[in-house]
Design a protein around this ligand. Structure first.
Ligand SMILES: Cc1cc2nc3c(=O)[nH]c(=O)nc-3n(C[C@H](O)[C@H](O)[C@H](O)COP(=O)(O)OP(=O)(O)OC[C@H]3O[C@@H](n4cnc5c(N)ncnc54)[C@H](O)[C@@H]3O)c2cc1C
Length: 410
């Protein structure tokens, strides 16, 4: 039986960011991860403003390493496409630390490996790879984690659960029941040679009628590669009875608009799917001896599905709170509530605003109106880019006002 005061389960952006911030301050932490790096993660590979902001807080050295690496592409703007392929183009204007526009793209295989390389530089961060935790149980004032390898048990005072959207572990802690409304299903694959995209390094979001309130994306990556995928709320998917993979093929190869762009494209791997644990309700992110970070805490923004930056912010807050727990020797549910407060103070408004925008996106007629109006208004276009980067209004009233303005376009 191994043992550590702080343990992280899951080495995605949430878990690795938590490990990095603990390591930076010299606090011992054990990270248990079922896979070995470099490993893939089904994703759109798009890093928004929050992700870049946390990277810049890790260290100048690390941030510059990312800015100068050739495994990412800097996005120079967004093309939004409405239900009838109406296009709104919004150039990226804001920069992080005057070095990089607020959206970048990097394959998760590369990006997560970069975070992992950073985390393992710190002597106090200890990795256990290749073990899948299957059970969490409480023994007096500690948690015991059981792995799928015979005899693997690990005890901890504080668990930072960062195991992503698959809910088998978070459910054991919170008892939350599965609700399709709080999940989306996403699929993606990589293509080479898609026509009509790479010249300007814009990302494309296509709000198609049949996919409402979801969308199809075409995201550029280094080397003439594109990440192409689509995502839709799981309850809507069930209601519509859609086979997402079949719909994807039909859109790309039968729809007049897309088939010209994909006729000479080469698909580089099979289409793969993964769930997204969406935010939207203010659920508890902690309890006695545990904190939930990233997708394990349902922190994905529900309109565009941005979760990497949210996962990284929650990982950073989890590390900072874990340090407080150690200093005060207090791992109780009531003490851990401070963590919930920090996370929701930073991400809560964005998640709630996106939830409302997702409701608007459910109605193609409203989306059509929105696209027509916004296209004529430069200020509202700018707002759309800010929304993608989590720069949503700070108050509920301003949020409702902005949604109204986006639709009626005044
Ligand atoms: C199709 C799709 C497209 C997306 N596109 C984007 C996008 O473009 N931009 C964006 O910001 N977000 C996107 N997201 C969301 C984003 O992928 C997640 O929000 C992000 O990965 C969350 O990070 P995390 O660290 O919480 O979880 P994860 O990245 O899922 O990491 C969890 C880690 O835990 C490990 N693990 C899981 N279970 C166990 C276990 N039992 N024991 C040990 N280890 C375990 C996993 O192997 C993994 O390494 C997309 C999601 C999907 C599905």
């Amino acid at each position: 039986m191994s043992d550590s005061k702080i343990t992280i389960v899951g080495a995605g952006p949430a878990g690795l960011t938590a490990a990095i911030f603990l390591g930076k301050h010299g606090y011992p932490v054990t990270v248990v991860e079922k896979d070995h790096f470099p490993r893939d993660k089904i994703c759109g590979d798009c890093l928004g403003g929050y992700a870049l902001s946390v990277m810049s807080q890790i260290s100048d050295r690390f941030f510059n390493e990312f800015v100068n690496c050739d495994k990412k592409i800097v996005c120079t703007g967004v093309h939004f496409f409405g239900p009838q392929h109406q296009k709104i183009s919004v150039p990226a204007v804001t920069l992080v630390k005057n070095r990089i526009h607020e959206v970048a793209l990097s394959k998760r295989k590369d990006f997560d490996a970069l975070l992992w390389q950073e985390a393992r530089q710190y002597p106090s961060v200890h990795f256990i790879n290749g073990i899948r935790i299957s059970k969490i149980h409480r023994e007096s004032s500690r948690l015991t984690l059981t792995g799928d390898e015979p005899g693997f048990e690990h005890r901890t005072d504080l668990l930072i659960l960062a195991s992503g959207s698959i809910r088998n572990l978070s459910r054991q802690l919170t008892g939350e029941k599965f609700n399709k409304k709080h999940y989306a299903t996403g699929i993606r694959t990589y293509f080479e040679n898609v026509a009509g995209w790479n010249e300007d390094a814009y990302i494309e979001l296509h709000f198609l009628k049949d996919l409402a309130p979801g969308y199809l994306w075409i995201f550029p990556l280094p080397g003439n590669i594109t990440n192409v995928g689509l995502g839709l709320r799981t309850d809507v998917l069930s209601r519509k009875g859609l086979d997402l993979k079949k719909t994807f093929q039909e859109i790309l190869y039968e729809d007049e608009y897309f088939k010209n762009r994909f006729k000479n494209a080469r698909q580089l791997e099979v289409v793969k799917g993964f769930p997204l644990a969406l935010g939207g309700i203010t659920r508890s992110l902690s309890g006695n001896n545990y904190l939930l970070a990233g997708d394990a805490g349902h922190l994905i923004e529900p309109l565009f599905g941005e979760g990497i930056g949210h996962a990284m912010y929650s990982g950073k807050f989890a590390a900072e709170h874990a340090i407080e727990c150690l200093e005060k020797n207090n791992f109780s549910a009531s003490f851990n509530k401070t963590y919930d407060h920090c996370v929701y103070q930073k991400l809560g408004t964005t998640i709630k605003f996106s939830k409302w925008m997702n409701k608007v996106a459910q109605y193609p007629a409203l989306m059509k109106l929105l696209f027509n109006k916004v296209n004529r208004n430069k200020e509202l276009k700018h707002h759309l880019f800010r929304i993608i980067n989590g720069k949503t209004p700070k108050t509920r009233f301003k949020g409702i006002e902005l949604i109204g303005r986006l639709i009626v376009g005044i």
